[in-house]
Design a protein around this ligand. Structure first.
Ligand SMILES: *[C@@H]1O[C@H](CO)[C@@H](O)[C@H](O)[C@H]1NC(C)=O
Ligand SMILES: [Zn+2]
Length: 245
């Protein structure tokens, strides 16, 4: 009974959200109008859809060009080669062609939460890519890295140009799915991307490309994670400005 009520509530809320998403997420259009070449910077194959799908789909909806730089092959269980392919498929499912996806495969940047990535090496590789592609905005994790994975956090600490970071929310909000929308709406700082129903489905389809990652707990993640439907981001320079003043 309670479950049914919850599901019904979720559906209603969602319907309302997807209808109002243009109002709710009106700011991306404005703040990102001048951006020419945004880059999504991730640590592992699957970050793009597990955490950033609403952003990716939101940007593509605005006809923004987008490319992806993934800093490891996700080789923790020796599945690097498979996971690289899964990333390409998943990006295609989201609407990013393989020509816009780059994977760094460096033995000193292993997919491993216990290894602190060498900041100089990482910075070198990322900045080279940024220059080559004339990237003017980098979108990546914030200092908490959403899941707390140290590779995610390394990315935050590495880049120095115009950067927008994905806000990590507490664990309670993280698994509220779309019920987190009112909270996100009230408290987001710069940009809010809310997926429509069809975009949510698209994100799930992209996640299905990561077959090697679909262990039982990931299915639970997919069901309840707010990051499958909602992304709130803020500009890093705003952050710095606040700290300076
Ligand atoms: C892929 O990258 C190219 C060159 O930066 C860009 O023109 C194009 O719009 C991008 N495609 C997508 C779907 O973002
Ligand atoms: Zn990751």
């Amino acid at each position: 009974m309670l479950a049914a009520a919850l599901v019904a509530l979720l559906c209603v809320l969602w319907f309302v959200c997807s209808r109002w998403r243009d109002v709710l997420s009106g700011r991306p259009v404005e703040s990102l109008r001048s951006v020419r070449a945004p880059l999504l910077l991730i640590a592992h194959p699957d970050d793009e859809c597990m955490f950033f799908a609403p952003t990716v789909l939101g940007l593509l909806r605005e006809q923004r060009p987008l490319s992806v730089l993934c800093c490891s092959t996700g080789n923790y269980y020796n599945q690097g080669e498979i996971r690289k392919k899964e990333l390409i498929q998943s990006c295609a499912a989201l609407g990013i062609p393989s020509s816009n996806v780059t994977v760094i495969d460096h033995r000193n940047l292993p997919d491993n939460p216990d290894v602190q990535w060498d900041k100089h090496l990482l910075a070198d590789l990322i900045l080279t890519h940024i220059k080559q592609k004339n990237v003017d905005l980098v979108i990546t994790f914030d200092e908490k890295g959403v899941s707390g994975h140290s590779n995610h956090i390394s990315l935050y600490h590495t880049i120095g140009c115009s950067v927008m970071v994905l806000e990590s929310v507490n664990v309670f909000r993280k698994y509220l799915s779309v019920l987190d929308l009112p909270i996100s709406w009230l408290f987001h700082r710069d940009i809010l991307f809310v997926s429509s129903g069809s975009q949510y489905t698209q994100a799930k389809e992209a996640m299905m490309c990561h077959q090697s990652q679909l262990l039982w707990f990931r299915h639970i993640y997919l069901l309840f994670s707010r990051y499958m439907a909602i992304n709130s981001l803020h500009f890093l320079h705003d952050n710095k400005r606040e700290k300076d003043s």
